[in-house]
Design a protein around this ligand. Structure first.
Ligand SMILES: Nc1nc2c(c(=O)[nH]1)N[C@H]1C(S)=C(S)[C@@H](COP(=O)(O)OP(=O)(O)OC[C@H]3O[C@@H](n4cnc5c(N)ncnc54)[C@H](O)[C@@H]3O)O[C@H]1N2
Ligand code: MOO
Length: 658
């Protein structure tokens, strides 16, 4: 839909359509939605295919595999030596060796013996050689001597051999008729080895369910294509295709459908040729949201639930047609992933012949308060860090909203807030459902304010093989985490408004400060703007503060940059003063995209977005370290690396001062 040139009638129609909430009249619980969905689904695997072993990795066995051969297939020598009759060696000793005449045969691996080991004789045998008739043991060559006598070549044994010594019996590894692998087994390199050992070149595996994946929306652009204003790259398509493959399905990417009924209808019809059809976007009540209207045309039974009392995930639309699932996931990536894992993944697993995924939960403590809207069960992605006491885990919320794409990749798991609760208090015990099987441990935990300069140090440590977990919770959050002993390093840039001093005034007993680097803060503006170009910061502010059409993009209250801005403005309240951008980047983007005309940010942000910059003041970005953690090897290495010339050089290269 075009964004300009709308007639009043267009706009009235848009609002009327957007306000029509019919599709959300019946919002059901997650359990109810799942129950309705499963009532109509056919979850049986969709047949089997034979694949060569070279293509069997990761596939699911369609049937039990029964060995038709023994492994080993014959009694086999496991050493180089002599095949003997153990009875002939009874009583052998250093001073009374048993002498056995050697038969005229050498049993290399892969050759069938021709001669019997008669009493009083032995046959030379190699590792892997087939035990000859008559023999019941093998003697290692090192423990023997040979004796070249006129009546033949003899081997002298100084010790008796026990029956079966150094012989691997036929079928001792795998016996003919044995079930070696069970149906439903996921084939790894180990199982593929077993299949090869019993002589199979190909194996029957479950046919992976084919899952059509269609992203929808006029604003969606395929990665690799040029960006347009207001557009977003199609991340859902890529995430879903990979997630389907991870679950044993075959992703059938169908690209991006525009918000247009005819095209959508055609693509939905095409997608229904697969075993599952997944759409994302356009399920909400926006005027451009077409997907659910098209899916609503399906029958037998069609849509079974549209709207679930979950956050994220409210607009999820579940449909079934002829036993085949058709799901519209919400467009926001976190919502799409969350509902995919909750509602679609179990279906794909079942169709792929896999058992339900095991759910692992760990207890943790919530370090900060979490607010929640009543009426929907809310799921919050968290990152887990080791707390002060051994075994204690702190669950840091990764609250970037449903639209974020990084929440899933940064999270260790998620916690649920009851639909009736208005939030969870700081310090509450919570249960975290893990996304993987274990909590990923890290050598160094960094919690606080994030800065791209930090990578100059952390990148180096990671290159040395250290694992690092860095959580962005702001300076105040980092300071609190350091006080609670939940991090090794808390990067902070806090200015005391009374004195203008950085960071030191905020230290508490048990905390140390390591000097980091400085960041120049200043006014950012679009190059060439005569209201700023060529002026000092103070002159510029004096000139623009009273101009109603010169818009400021301000920072959030509590941030160091906001304190600086307030000092700069004095009692002036320019247009835009009440905005609350949360980062340097957000300020720079707003100015670069002409949504605002000026703001205060660090010089690096101005450079990144090609903006003009009027320097104001250096900000100190330092590191608070709990004294109790100061001697940990990872912390010592961090401080050491920070002090090196290479790091200082890298920081200067990025525009920081060190
Ligand atoms: N007035 C109301 N507005 C909204 C409600 C509501 O109840 N009342 N629900 C909100 C909720 S909750 C969600 S979640 C979103 C989901 O809406 P849709 O599923 O219709 O998704 P879209 O509007 O198409 O897109 C939402 C958002 O996600 C981006 N998107 C879409 N597809 C992709 C993709 N393939 N890759 C990356 N990003 C994608 C899209 O550009 C939008 O920014 O609705 C709320 N609104
Ligand atoms: O519930 Mo929507 O799915 O916020 O994100």
């Amino acid at each position: 839909m075009q964004t300009s040139d709308h007639s009043r009638e267009d706009i009235r129609r848009f609002v009327a359509q957007a306000a029509r909430q019919d599709q959300f009249l019946e919002v059901v619980s997650g359990e109810e939605a799942r129950a309705r969905f499963h009532r109509h689904l056919d979850l049986a695997p969709r047949g089997e295919v034979r694949v060569p072993l070279s293509q069997a990795l990761g596939r699911v066995l369609a049937a039990d595999v029964v060995a038709e051969v023994d492994v080993p297939g014959f009694d086999r020598s496991v050493v180089d030596g002599f095949a003997v009759r153990a009875a002939d060696t009874a009583g052998a000793a250093e001073d009374r060796p048993a002498a056995l005449r050697l038969n005229a045969e050498v049993l290399a691996a892969g050759h069938a013996p021709a001669l019997t080991v008669e009493p009083g004789t032995a046959t030379v045998i190699a590792t892997g050689g087939m035990l000859p008739r008559g023999a019941d043991a093998v003697v290692m060559v090192e423990t023997t001597e040979t004796d070249d006598r006129p009546d033949g070549l003899f081997v002298m044994l100084a010790k008796p051999a026990t029956p079966g010594a150094f012989v691997a019996a036929a079928g001792s590894d795998i016996g003919r008729g044995e079930v070696v692998l069970r149906r439903g087994q996921v084939l790894t390199s180990r199982e593929i080895g077993v299949l090869a050992a019993i002589g199979l070149a190909a194996v029957a595996v479950v046919r992976p369910p084919r899952v059509a994946i269609l992203s929808t929306g006029d604003e969606i652009v395929a990665p690799g294509q040029p960006m347009r204003p207001g557009a977003v790259y199609d991340s859902n398509g890529a995430i879903l295709a990979a997630a389907v493959a991870e679950l044993g399905g075959e992703a059938v990417p169908m690209g991006i459908a525009p918000d247009e009924d005819a095209a959508l209808e055609r693509l939905v019809r095409q997608g229904l040729e697969c075993d599952v059809l997944l759409l994302s976007g356009g399920t909400s009540k926006g005027a451009g949201d077409r997907s659910h209207r098209i899916v609503a045309q399906l029958s037998d039974p069609g849509i079974v639930a549209h709207g679930v009392a979950l956050k994220p995930g409210k607009p999820l639309c579940l449909a079934v047609t002829g036993g085949k699932p058709v799901v519209i996931l919400p467009g926001f990536p976190t919502s799409a992933m969350f509902t995919f894992h909750g509602f679609v993944a179990p279906v794909i697993r079942a169709m792929a012949g896999l058992p339900p995924a095991a759910v692992e939960e760990v207890p943790a403590t919530l370090p900060v308060r979490l607010g929640s809207e009543r009426g929907r069960t809310e799921y919050v992605m968290v990152s887990l860090v080791q707390g002060a006491a051994e075994g204690d885990l702190a669950a840091y919320p990764l609250s970037k909203g449903s639209g974020a794409v990084t929440a899933f990749s940064h999270a260790d798991g998620f916690l649920a807030i009851d639909a009736q609760a208005e939030g969870v208090e700081a310090g509450s015990a919570v249960s975290v459902q893990l996304l993987g099987r274990t909590v990923a441990p890290a050598d160094l935990i960094v919690v606080g304010s994030q800065c791209i300069g930090l990578n100059a140090v952390l990148g180096r440590l990671i290159g040395e093989g250290m694992t690092v977990k860095a959580l962005n919770v702001g300076s105040m959050g980092g300071l609190a985490a350091a006080r609670r002993g939940e991090c090794d390093v808390a990067p902070v840039h806090l200015m005391d408004p009374a004195t203008g001093a950085y960071n030191t005034p905020f230290l508490a007993p048990g905390l140390e400060l390591v000097t980091g680097y400085r960041r120049m803060q200043g006014i950012v503006f679009r190059r060439g703007d005569p209201r700023f170009e060529g002026r000092s910061a103070a002159e510029a502010v004096a000139a623009v503060a009273g101009l109603p059409d010169c818009i400021l993009i301000n920072r959030n209250a509590g941030s160091g940059t906001r304190i600086l801005t307030d000092r700069l403005l004095g009692s002036a309240r320019p247009t835009g003063y009440w905005t609350q951008a949360k980062s340097h980047n957000a300020v720079a983007v707003a100015v670069a995209q002409n949504r605002a005309d000026w703001g205060v940010a660090i010089g690096t942000a101005a450079t990144l977005y090609g903006l003009g910059f009027l320097p104001l003041q250096e900000e100190h970005y330092d590191f608070v370290i709990p004294a109790a953690r100061r001697d940990r090897p990872a912390v010592r290495r961090f401080v050491e690396a920070l002090g090196t010339d290479e790091v200082a050089e890298a920081l200067r290269g990025m525009g920081f001062l060190r």
